[in-house]
Design a protein around this ligand. Structure first.
Ligand code: AKB
Length: 337
């Protein structure tokens, strides 16, 4: 029997690594991987096809539609928050126009097959924007509809693409005579900062967490770019991959929303520092806050409310702070370096 085809964009990125490894080992779907960088050798074995290319390349996407019957898209490709601030217009092109291209591809594929393509989209806590630190410290667990005034291009892009996903699912071609509702099946998760034992993120603003850990493990000095008291929600990569797969397989009738928060644990930079120093006592870590990156992190929530995800599709994290560091990150990183 032919397997269903899953398209993964940004395949060579952090989440892509975790997702491809998981899906590849399971072997239930055929993976078509797309990334502007060549796919890591270790991931190629899991893919039906790995394509080096740009989500802005309409011809390439057209060829994909012609060649594959894509059932599910994990659209992971994006320029992260810090990198996006150095070239906001480029980030807009990749993050918004790229997503629009993929949404249109999903629509085309849905038309072909007469059933909606699932479009799984990782959004981010960057979609939120708290006006000042005092508000952040008093805000408690932020719900999906609160404080949606992002201060970064990346955050604006993520929030807008959530709206685009909703539009393509519920309202696309609403005035056309042959309008068929529910053209695609868009499902979105707002992720906290992610930490993986296998990869180090590039260009993000929550990167100080993973960077502290990976630098310490390699014996490389690290200057943390936020204050020790800075608090963000984080999640270990296995939970992030699990949440995407759980949302993908949730029965549609259970999903009351298109966009869900998920989180695992909130932690300060000081706490990460202490955990890392405990694991790697000779590590050289200092704090040298970068004013603009600090301001971005200060506008992101310290905690989010993921009760809707828990209720609608049974979400729960398997890794709390202790398990994430002691059972996953530190042992795996020690083995790695
Ligand atoms: C970033 O820092 O840009 C990302 C995110 C929080 O979405 N890790």
């Amino acid at each position: 029997m032919r397997k269903e085809v899953v398209l993964i964009t940004g395949a060579n990125g952090e989440i892509g690594h975790g997702l491809i490894t998981h899906l590849g080992r399971e072997g239930k779907v055929d993976i078509v991987a797309l990334d502007v960088q060549p796919l890591d050798e270790s991931l190629r074995q899991y893919c039906l096809r790995s394509i080096q290319g740009d989500i802005l390349d309409g011809m390439l996407l057209g060829r994909l539609v012609a060649e594959f019957e894509i059932r599910t898209i994990y659209h992971l490709a994006s320029i992260l928050s810090t990198k996006a601030e150095y070239n906001p217009e480029t980030a807009h092109r990749v993050n918004v126009e790229g997503t629009l291209n993929l949404l249109r591809l999903a629509v085309e594929q849905s038309g072909w097959q007469g059933r909606p393509v699932k479009f799984i989209y990782p959004s981010s806590i960057a979609a939120y924007g708290l006006p000042d630190l005092e508000t952040k410290l008093n805000a408690g667990k932020i719900k999906e509809w609160m404080w949606l005034e992002p201060t970064t291009m990346y955050g604006c892009n993520k929030l807008y693409c959530e709206h685009l996903g909703r539009y393509y699912t519920r309202h696309y071609r609403q005035l056309a005579a042959d309008h068929t509702p529910n053209t695609i099946d868009f499902r979105c998760i707002r992720f906290p900062g992610l930490i993986s034992a296998d990869t180090v993120p590039t260009g993000g603003t929550s990167d100080y967490g993973p960077e502290m850990l990976h630098h310490a493990a390699q014996g490389v000095p690290y200057a943390c770019f936020v204050r020790p008291d800075t608090c963000l929600p984080f999640m270990a990569m296995p939970d992030a991959v699990r949440s995407l797969l759980m949302l993908e397989s949730a029965p549609k009738e259970n999903l009351k929303h298109l966009v869900y928060n998920v989180t695992s644990f909130s932690v300060t930079a000081q706490e990460i520092y202490e955990i890392v120093m405990n694991a790697f006592p000779t590590a050289q870590i200092t704090f040298k806050p970068h004013p603009s990156r600090q301001a971005i992190v200060d506008s992101w929530p310290a905690d989010v409310d993921d009760s809707a995800a828990r209720k609608d599709w049974g979400w729960f994290p398997e890794y709390n702070k202790e398990r994430a560091f002691n059972e996953y990150l530190i042992p795996a990183i020690k083995e790695r370096y």
